[in-house]
Write a protein that binds this ligand. Structure first.
Ligand code: NZQ
Ligand code: ZN
Length: 388
């Protein structure tokens, strides 16, 4: 196990009706609040009205930024920063999925920086402070509710970039599984694939002797594999939604990467695909990860063998490890296609090979990509071809 520092300040308020605490929790972090929401899913469920009432009852003054798009654009961040400055906002409340939370995080930080918000992502500028942020999560997927990451798109430049800052951990996150009952089937499936892929990205690492990390990772994966089909069959199954919600937060809150840094190549390649084709984050990951496995397994057959046997239940056969690994890849694809109902090739999403060179170049930049297996531009191209 490698040395590490684990620090995560986010207070998680979990459970049925935990959203009733939104006024009280938000009042602890500020008085003049920018409430950030997405394209409208918070309205028909009554969540927005309920949250506003509770915040007002707690004595808070509210400003609003509505309509944050999926894969949030820097334009929305600019709009939010302007509101924060002109209205003297002192804290933010994000109510939504990863896109809304990430936009709110970027606003919280960029409002403390004099230049353009895209500088944070393009030039990796690190302001010293950020406005405090609270979260009400409505979709189990990204883990943004419990980490210091934000991912923002710049459609004008055709880019999508991730950014980390310790000040971006939410002060609190309300995780009420009943708020995810209304998530449609495709977003439920994409969200679970995102959770799963966060774990895979960290499971494939180069640290030695990590049975504890491996065991936690395998358990989160099995939790998602068991509960996603249940949530798809019955969207109001509380136990399934609760397991997915807690699994999503644990998958990317720093726990799994403590002592074993992961890979993350599939995420970086995925951002290139989303930036150019607009397809959902979880959708691209579902296609890319099996292709990445196919390309990479010869570099560490034992790790992939362990993954196929422990996680995907392929019958062990130490004499024919390669066969076991390849069977594991097919089991993943079959599960995604048949149990989750998602595409498993780029063609399923209408993507051809026209931009593969461009994306491979953009993903690798001047170096290589991936903490577990270093990928050259040519390797990335091969992975995209395998995903076709
Ligand atoms: O916009 P609204 O109307 O809210 O609708 C959303 C959106 O259309 C809808 N939705 C959310 N909760 C719902 C609901 N619909 C009905 N009922 C509910 N309760 O679902 C759609 C997708 O929402 P979005 O927030 O875009 O999805 P997700 O949570 O998957 O977030 C994706 C974004 O997060 C980034 C991704 O790259 C992408 O930009 N990520 C952020 C990470 C982080 N900050 O740590 C890590 C991830 O790897 C990821 O990169
Ligand atoms: Zn992700």
């Amino acid at each position: 196990m490698d040395n590490f520092v684990f620090q995560n300040r986010t207070k998680i308020v979990f459970g049925k009706d935990s959203v009733d605490n939104v006024g009280e929790e938000t009042a602890r972090i500020g008085g003049k609040i920018l409430l950030v929401t997405g394209g409208g899913s918070v309205r028909p469920t009554g969540l927005l009205d309920k949250s506003v009432t509770m915040c007002e009852r707690a004595g808070l003054t509210l400003e609003f930024l509505e309509g944050v798009e999926a894969n949030p654009d820097v334009e929305s961040v600019r709009e939010g920063v302007n509101i924060c400055r002109s209205k003297d906002v002192d804290a933010l409340l994000a109510i939504g999925g990863g896109s809304v939370i990430d936009a709110a995080k970027a606003i919280a930080l960029a409002s403390q920086y004099e230049g353009d918000p895209w500088d944070l992502f393009g030039k990796k500028i690190k302001p010293e402070s950020a406005l405090p942020l609270g979260v009400v999560l409505t979709l189990s997927a990204t883990g943004s509710e419990a980490n210091g990451n934000t991912v923002i798109s710049n459609r004008a430049l055709g880019r999508k970039a991730a950014y980390y800052h310790p000040e971006l951990y939410p002060r609190f996150s309300i995780l009420d599984p009943t708020l995810t009952y209304s998530v449609p089937a495709d977003q439920t499936a994409f969200g679970s694939i995102d959770i799963l892929t966060h774990v895979y990205e960290q499971y494939f690492h180069t640290a030695k002797d990590t049975p504890l990390q491996d065991g936690i990772a395998e358990s989160i994966i099995q939790t998602a594999l068991r509960n996603t089909p249940v949530a798809l069959d019955n969207p109001t199954d509380y136990t399934a939604r609760a397991n997915l919600m807690w699994g999503g937060a644990l998958a990317l809150n720093g726990l799994l990467s403590s002592g074993a840094k992961g890979d993350w190549a599939c995420h970086i390649i995925g951002h290139e695909l989303t930036a150019r084709y607009g397809i959902a984050h979880g959708a691209v990951l579902g296609v890319l990860f099996p292709a990445w496995m196919k390309k990479i397994y010869p570099r560490d057959i034992d790790r992939f063998y362990q993954f196929a046997v422990n996680v995907w239940g392929v019958t062990p056969n130490t004499e024919e490890k390669e066969k076991v690994v390849l069977a594991g890849i097919e089991v993943i694809k079959k599960f995604y296609k048949e149990k989750l109902g998602v595409g498993v090739t780029l063609k399923d999403y209408g993507i051809d090979d026209k931009k593969f060179d461009l994306m491979a170049e953009a993903a690798t930049g001047s170096g290589t990509l991936g903490g577990f297996a270093a990928l050259s531009k040519e390797d990335v191209r091969d992975i995209l071809l395998l995903a076709l």
